[in-house]
Structures are given as structure tokens and as C-alpha cells.
Design a binder for this molecule. Structure first.
Ligand code: AMP
Ligand code: GLY
Length: 424
């Protein structure tokens, strides 16, 4: 089978890495890919939003399956376009992807179908948003309705901060049209987890529960980022929690989407807070998480290509995934200054040394090839991932490996997995 992976980050490198383990794979393509993916796939410099270009590539290369990584093309209708051309694609339709691209839609759906989440209200008028804030008690969670690369969420301990967040989103349009509608959501207290499932719209195959680390600094301080590291399985997600999330969140959401005339196919990612009243959803994503994918796929003892085909062909019912027997950890190696301004083009060394450490794999995220060298080209540069029999060993191994990576301005968190380690 000829498979095309759309995207060029750590998540897509992990997808390529896992797909190459499938005996069914004959040829792997990526667009645009990155230097890490280029070792596994033939890369074409087509941007993820150039849907016409991607369709043309899939037709020309007779691609059997296209796997879409990021949310933007999903929200732009890439799956609908591919299907209209008779091309098989793994990912939700534009209307189904609204579960991520409109927080107001997702929250409305959850309330309508009794899927556990927080109270909220959605506004298109800043004055009404202010009036609502006055009636509620802090802390507030203010979210731009649309996509904002994970940055459109502000946790506000005071009403003044919430007012300012509303003003920045709705009036100053810090996130462009994404802030035309704003949702204000009650703050949920508890530990966070990412639960990802592959689905055909009817049934689900749930992957190892993971935990991301969104803040830039140790101890979960500082601004939010795309994710500074992850581990799986997250022990906070016990079997009881997982089966609860499966029934009351994931399956209920699929039935709800079907009832709304938006059948859902692809990855459904539930961002959960484990509150004193049980798991509650803070957001849905319509795609694999980054960096969750980098820890979840190495634990998957199944053929990923088969799993994607099962989702495309409505056969997920027949799939049964074994529970993960090992543990994995990913340390995101970033450029100093991220998520703010940071330098690019810094030569990276230590990649070959890390590849020699058993149970370790480096996923490229923000790298480029320049004059025969791998250099930094983004904020999150590499996802250094290790797998071991237990979580503590996986974390130790990931840090050993991350310590080998050198470039000017290298930065990574030193406490990935701290919550899980405290439990054991
Ligand atoms: P999101 O992009 O919706 O995942 O939000 C980014 C981060 O904000 C999440 O990872 C949480 O840490 C936090 N967050 C979002 N919504 C809530 C909420 N209702 N209560 C508490 N924390 C939240
Ligand atoms: N790691 C968070 C996300 O992918 O949205």
C-alpha cells in the first residue's frame, strides 16, 4: 500500500515511524515532511493547506490512503475533498472537525447529549460576555471559539484578567476571526489527561492514555506551549476512569455526532480533567495530539495501517487492541525563547549518538536541512522519546538521550512525568 502522511511535525514523524512497521506498506510519502521523516518517506514540499496540491499528489502517485496530521486542513475540509475525488483518507469531514474548530459547537454538543463537561456560555458581543462574568465567580476560562494553535485559552484568576482576555480576543482580535466568538467556561480542578481513540464513527479503539505538559517551565509554570513532553500510560487514568471515558465521553460523542448528521471518522482526542466528580471534557481535538502521538504510538502493539484501514472501512468493531505492556516518555527539546521569539538555523549535534541508545527514537519537529547539516527551524525542535518496561526507566532513558542533543540555545523541561512519579 502507498500511504501519504500530511504534515511535518513530531506527530507526523511518529506516524511515519509507526507506519513503516506495517508489512502492508509498500511506499511512504509525506507532505511537506521534515528531515526526520525524509529518512522514512519521500517528501514533497506541499503545504498542508494546499489541498488542491495534495489531491494532485495523491492522484499522481496513486496513493491508497492519506493520513492527515494537523487540524487546519481538517477544518478546511481536506477529507471531504479527498473523498469527493474517490481518494481514501483517514480524518473527519469538515463538519465533523467542528468538534475542534468551534469550541461553542463542542460545548453545545456536550451539554445537549449529557457528555460530562463544565458549564459555559458563548458570546459574540463583548458586553454580554462582561455581564456574564459579573454573574459568575472566578477563576474563569476564556477561550477563542476557533482554532488558535493551542494559544487561544486563557485561565483567569480574577474578573479583571477575564475582561482583558475577552477584550483581546473579541475587540483587538489577537487570534483573528477565531475570537469573533468567545466561550467562557467554568474552571475545572484536577489532573489532566489526553485520551485518543481511533474510530469509524460507530466503534472505537482506545490508545494508551497520555499526559502532556503544556507549560514552558518546570512545575507547570509560565505560558502555554504546544506541549513540552508527554508520557503514557498515565497512571492517573485507571482502568475504571478509562472505561468511564469510553462510555460516557467517547461513545456518547460518536452517537451525538451521528445524530447531528456529522458522522465522525478518524481520531477523536478527548482532553479530560479528572475532577472530584469524575472525568470531564475540557476540549475535543479532531486529530492525534502532539506530543501525545510520540508516546502513544511506540506502545501500540498493533499494525497502525490496519487500524487506519479499519476506521476507513467501518471495521473498528473487529479491532481489539492489547493494553500497553510498557511505558514511554517524550522530552520535547525546544529553542530557548519558545513559545515567544527564538532563533532558527542553529546546527544540531548528538542525533546519531541518541539513535544508538536502545529503546530510544528522536522525532523531528522544527528541524531543517542546511548545507548537509540538520539545523533548528522552529520552537519545538525534537521529541526525544524512550520506551522501557516501566515509566521511571522510560523517563530516565529519555533524559539520558535528550542530554546528548546539543545546539545553541537548547531548552527542555526537566520534570516530564513528575505527576506520575509522585504517585509511584
Ligand atoms: P485547551 O486548548 O482547550 O486544551 O486548553 C489549554 C489548557 O488550558 C488545557 O490544557 C488546560 O490545562 C487548561 N484548561 C482549558 N479548559 C479548562 C477548564 N475548563 N478548566 C481548567 N483548565 C482548563
Ligand atoms: N498536545 C496537545 C494537542 O495536541 O492539542
Amino acid at each position: 500500500m502507498r500511504v501519504l502522511v500530511v504534515g511535518g511535525g513530531g506527530r507526523e514523524h511518529a506516524l511515519c515511524w509507526k507506519l513503516t512497521q506495517s508489512p502492508k506498506l509498500t511506499r511512504l510519502y509525506a507532505a511537506p515532511g521534515n528531515p526526520g521523516m525524509a529518512q522514512l518517506a519521500e517528501c514533497f514540499p506541499i503545504p498542508v493547506m494546499d489541498i488542491d496540491g495534495l489531491v494532485a499528489l495523491a492522484q499522481r502517485e496513486r496513493i491508497d490512503l492519506t493520513v492527515v496530521g494537523p487540524e487546519d486542513p481538517m477544518a478546511a475540509g481536506i477529507a471531504d475533498r479527498f473523498e469527493a475525488e474517490g481518494l481514501r483518507v483517514f480524518g473527519p469531514s469538515q463538519r465533523a472537525a467542528e468538534i475542534e474548530s468551534s469550541k461553542a459547537f463542542a460545548l453545545g454538543l456536550m451539554h445537549k447529549y449529557d457528555i460530562p463537561t463544565a458549564d459555559y456560555a458563548a458570546f459574540t458581543d463583548p458586553e454580554q460576555a462582561e455581564a456574564y462574568l459579573k454573574r459568575k465567580r472566578p477563576p474563569f476560562v476564556v477561550k477563542a471559539d476557533g482554532l488558535a494553535a493551542g494559544k487561544g485559552v486563557v485561565i483567569c484568576p480574577t474578573i479583571e484578567e477575564a475582561r482583558e482576555a475577552v477584550h483581546e480576543m473579541m475587540v483587538q482580535r489577537h487570534f483573528g476571526d477565531s475570537g469573533g466568538t468567545v466561550v467562557i467556561m467554568d474552571y475545572l480542578e484536577g489532573e489532566e489527561a489526553s485520551i485518543l481513540a481511533v474510530t469509524d464513527g460507530e466503534d472505537i479503539a482506545v490508545l494508551a492514555p497520555a499526559q502532556d505538559h503544556k507549560r514552558i517551565f518546570d512545575g507547570d509554570r509560565g505560558p502555554n506551549t504546544g506541549g513540552m513532553g508527554a508520557y503514557a500510560p498515565a497512571p492517573v487514568v485507571t482502568d475504571a476512569v478509562l472505561s468511564d471515558v469510553r462510555e460516557r465521553v467517547l461513545l456518547r460523542t460518536l452517537r451525538a455526532m451521528k445524530a447531528e448528521g456529522r458522522p465522525y471518522k478518524g481520531v477523536l482526542y478527548a482532553g479530560i480533567i479528572l475532577t472530584a466528580d469524575g472525568p470531564k471534557v475540557i476540549e475535543f481535538n479532531c486529530r492525534f495530539g502532539d506530543p501525545e502521538t510520540q508516546v502513544v504510538l511506540p506502545l501500540l502493539e498493533a499494525d497502525l495501517l490496519d487500524l487506519f484501514l479499519a476506521a476507513c472501512e467501518g471495521r473498528v468493531k473487529e479491532v481489539s487492541l492489547p493494553s500497553p505492556r510498557r511505558a514511554s516518555a517524550c522530552v520535547v527539546v525546544a529553542s530557548e525563547g519558545y513559545p515567544g521569539d527564538h532563533r532558527k538555523g542553529r546546527p544540531i549535534s548528538g542525533l546519531e549518538e541518541v539513535e544508538r541508545i536502545p529503546g530510544t527514537v528522536v522525532f523531528h519537529a522544527g528541524t531543517a536541512q542546511k548545507e548537509g547539516r540538520i539545523v533548528t527551524s522552529g520552537g519545538r525542535v525534537l521529541g526525544v522519546t524512550a520506551i522501557a518496561d516501566d515509566l521511571r526507566s522510560a523517563i530516565t532513558r529519555a533524559y539520558e538521550a535528550a542530554g546528548q542533543i546539543r545546539f545553541d540555545g537548547v531548552y527542555y523541561r526537566k520534570d516530564i512525568g513528575h505527576r506520575a512519579l509522585k504517585r509511584t
